[in-house]
Design a protein. Structure first.
Length: 92
């Protein structure tokens, strides 16, 4: 199911803006570009917790990572992981 210009993409972007240090950028397609301070470090942490390729670092764009918009359940899992790795004091 494509998520380009979908309510799910809008919902997911809205959720991502609640995480300090995460700034969704305008992006076309069924993916979201996110501006972050240390993209390689963040992608490594997220990919280790979820699965390789969940978060990618674009080669020609500094300070950003790319994520695909997926099923709401998968997006929520990614959201929780992002929140945990960007706010380590929240981890249980």
């Amino acid at each position: 199911m494509p998520f380009e210009n979908s309510p799910e993409k809008d919902r997911f972007i809205s959720r991502l803006t609640t995480i300090p240090g995460i700034k969704p950028m305008p992006s076309a397609g069924d993916w979201i570009l996110i501006q972050v301070d240390n993209p390689s470090d963040l992608a490594r942490k997220v990919n280790r917790r979820l699965e390789p390729g969940t978060m990618r670092v674009p080669r020609l764009l500094q300070g950003a990572v790319r994520i695909d918009v997926a099923h709401p359940r998968d997006n929520e899992r990614l959201f929780q992981t992002l929140r945990d790795v960007t706010q380590p004091d929240r981890r249980a």
